[in-house]
Design a protein around this ligand. Structure first.
Ligand code: SAM
Length: 427
């Protein structure tokens, strides 16, 4: 089956009904398509439905006399894809409707083709405005998350949500072992790829996203794709020559590789709980011709897999809600549940306490998350400082306020993802 709308319905079904992340579900269906253009349209439809889910759901549900249940649920998801095309794309209405009806046939729901046609024609004819009669609808965000963002950002929460719906830019990290950033910018210029340097020493912001195959020397490790916010980890941890460094939650390895590029003489131990994701660390190291000791292990049980010295510096890029990267992964809004936040905060504090025991006196631990919720960030670190006598917080120059605990970056700030850093020194 190659009908693009049917594949989109499958992606949406996998995410919403099976809890599979978009970054897994989408490539699985994209590989069935031949052309890059079709793959891009499949991505556009799948991402679009995730971004606007409550509004699409309401528009479609209002046209149905009774909801589709059980196995027929995928036809509801197909209708969301159809509705997205009518409201948010330039695809002519008649083409969107006939292709979506054909998708229904291909999904083997011949008996529902009339329903699909009827609902989509109804939507096209009536052209109702996008519903905004609740905050969830108006902001396309679950109510629990809106509540937490209001509490965390009483002035800026609407802007934080608006930024989380923007299409994210593409950032590159120049590999300083291959060439200087100026040289790489010149190589991009030769290929007519418009780019500007970011605030961080290796960061490059592309004017528009590009396939990595078009980037000069990408296969040979000249550059990597990494958001501008994530690139601050290496300079904030600032490893020195020959130090023993732990990357406690390393996969897929973006920050591990950057640490090695910035100081190749370090002894880097890169750990992750997830064996499959750890394979990606090795692939990234191979492409960049870097070496680290990879461990499949638990960062909250270092004793179980490490008999060596304590570490000079530790990067703890903790598992988190990923609420800072919703613009890249809009499915997070629907996959994350309110109760996850407290569970994640507990897990983060356990890993943090344990890693701290493995840090040398005088050593630095950099705590990082791609969350924008204080429970996982400033409040987490405040509680850690209160219970850990030998921990001192070292302010980060970019912090907005010297009273802030750590550096909270909000989505879209200087074009970066939402991110958090706190630098702690022992003793
Ligand atoms: C935010 S991601 C890390 C991203 C990575 N630092 C990078 O820059 O590419 C968090 C990682 O923590 C891992 N993880 C979760 N719990 C863990 C634990 N208890 N011990 C080690 N790794 C864990 C997850 O598998 C996930 O790969």
């Amino acid at each position: 089956m190659k009908n693009l709308r049917a594949l989109a319905a499958r992606v949406v079904f996998q995410v919403l009904e099976k809890g599979v992340s978009l970054s897994v579900a989408l490539p699985e269906q994209q590989q069935r398509l031949g052309s890059g253009k079709d793959k891009a349209l499949l991505a556009e439809l799948s991402y679009g439905v995730m971004r606007h889910l409550p509004q699409l759901d309401k528009l479609v549900s209002d046209c149905m006399s009774k909801p589709l249940k059980g196995k027929q649920r995928i036809v509801h998801q197909l209708l969301l894809v159809g509705c997205y095309q009518l409201y948010f794309t330039r695809i002519p209405g008649h083409a969107a409707i006939s292709e979506t009806a054909e998708a229904c046939r291909q999904l083997k729901f011949e008996g529902l083709v009339k329903v699909v046609n009827g609902v989509l024609r109804n939507l096209q004819r009536n052209q109702k405005p996008l519903p905004e009669d609740s905050e969830t609808l108006a902001f396309n965000t679950p109510a629990w998350l809106i509540k937490r963002l209001k509490a965390a950002y009483p002035e800026a929460w609407q802007e934080v949500i608006a930024q989380s719906h923007q299409r994210p830019p593409m950032w590159l990290r120049n590999n300083q072992l291959s060439q200087t950033r100026e040289q790489y910018l010149a190589l991009l210029d030769e290929q007519e790829i418009a780019a500007t340097p970011g605030a961080n020493e290796d960061a490059i912001l592309l004017e528009s996203p590009k396939d990595v195959g078009l980037l000069p020397g990408f296969a040979d490790g000249a550059a990597s794709v990494q958001d501008g916010a994530a690139q601050w980890a290496a300079s904030l941890l600032a490893p020195e020559a020959d130090e023993l460094i732990l990357d406690a939650c390393a996969a897929p390895g973006g920050k591990s590789c950057h640490l090695l590029e910035s100081e190749p003489s370090i002894d880097l131990v890169a750990v992750d709980f997830d064996a499959k994701r750890l394979e990606r660390v090795q692939q990234n190291l191979d492409r960049l011709k870097l070496k680290a000791k990879l461990v499949h292990g638990d960062a909250a049980k270092i004793d179980a897999w490490w008999q060596g010295d304590k570490f000079d510096r530790i990067l703890l890029d903790a598992p988190c809600s990923a609420t800072g990267v919703i613009r890249r992964h809009p499915d997070i809004k629907w996959l994350r549940k309110q109760a996850d936040i407290e569970e994640l905060a507990t897990l983060q504090s356990q890993i943090l306490d344990h890693c701290w025991q493995w840090l040398k006196p005088g050593g630095t631990l950099l705590y990082a998350t791609c969350s924008i919720l204080p429970q996982e960030n400033a409040e987490q670190i405040k509680a850690f400082l209160a219970r850990t006598q030998d921990a001192t917080l070292v302010p980060i120059a970019q912090q907005q306020n010297c009273d802030d605990i750590g550096w909270q970056i909000t989505p879209g700030q200087d074009n970066m993802d939402g991110f958090y850093y706190a630098r702690l020194v022992k003793g």
